[in-house]
Ligand binder design. Structure first.
Ligand code: SAM
Length: 258
């Protein structure tokens, strides 16, 4: 079987341009809540993990001392570096690194951020231990990611659907499991928020150019298995002709390193 790191690189190396232009990823509540939770003073040595094409790192750069933007996929880092040059952001450095093995010194950061990525991580406890290691005592960790609802059936359903669409998906935990894992890694949770991404067209999200018709059908059939109540309440499901619109639940955490 393909390793998860290889699946991530295969997936994201093809999508750097698409991702850089995606307004769904550029803005939105998940970015605003990180900026709000970070409450920056202009002095922070900052690390943005799984930076993608740099949306979070670029939003933070003018508000902190400097940012190191890391990602596992060299093509995403290259695109982020190109965009930083174009946007004349000078207090940013780039590095190709796995979230589970960060090449930075212990207690070297004041602020660590990670947005919309841990559901692709091979080993979330290892990632959290690394965040804890690189942060100084009392340093801040701000995270947002897609999460499953607090229901065993929906945890199984959502992760099956996500994995069918994208083999680099690993696991979307429910908020209660995030809280436990973050606390176990040695953090105090200071704030948290439930949010969601912007509604997406199923036919856009499912990537029919990449996924064959039988897989698209299997995922569409999986949505039809949801009860109307769950579809509406947890996924904001709205039919629209031959398509439908939906969104994923998201969770944001502000945690202080003990
Ligand atoms: C949705 S994108 C990035 C989102 C980005 N943080 C933002 O705010 O726009 C997810 C990124 O996670 C990266 N990634 C996935 N697994 C990783 C890992 N184990 N370590 C580091 N980066 C990883 C992928 O290469 C991809 O660029």
């Amino acid at each position: 079987m393909k390793s998860i790191h290889k699946a991530v690189r295969d997936q994201f190396s093809q999508h750097a341009d698409y991702y850089a232009e995606s307004t769904a990823h550029a803005k939105g509540d998940t970015l605003e809540v990180i900026l709000d939770f970070a409450n920056t003073q202009g002095t922070e040595k900052t690390l943005d993990i799984a930076t993608g094409t740099g949306f979070t790192a670029f939003a933070l750069a003018p508000k902190v001392s400097h940012v190191i933007a890391t990602d596992l996929t060299p093509e995403m880092v290259a695109k982020a570096a190109e965009l930083a040059l174009e946007q004349e952001i000078s207090n940013i450095a780039f590095s190709v690194a796995a979230a589970e093995a960060l090449p930075f010194s212990t207690a070297s950061m004041d602020l660590v951020t990670c947005r919309l990525a841990p559901h692709h991580f091979q080993n979330v406890p290892k990632f959290l231990n690394e965040v804890h290691r690189v942060l100084r005592p009392d340093g801040l960790f701000c995270l947002t990611d897609s999460v499953s609802p607090e229901s065993d059936n929906l945890i199984t359903w959502q992760n099956r659907v996500e994995k069918l669409r994208d083999e680099s998906h690993v696991f979307g935990y429910p908020p209660s499991q995030w809280d436990k894992m973050i606390q176990t890694a040695g953090f105090n949770i200071e704030d948290s928020a439930h949010t969601r991404n912007a509604q997406m067209s199923f036919m856009w999200w499912v990537r029919p150019q990449q996924n064959p018709p039988d897989v698209v059908k299997e995922i569409r059939d999986a949505f039809a298995e949801l009860s109307p109540e769950d579809a509406k309440k947890h996924y904001t499901y709205e039919p629209s002709g031959n398509d439908f619109y939906f969104s994923w639940p998201m969770y944001a955490v502000k945690a202080k390193r003990i």
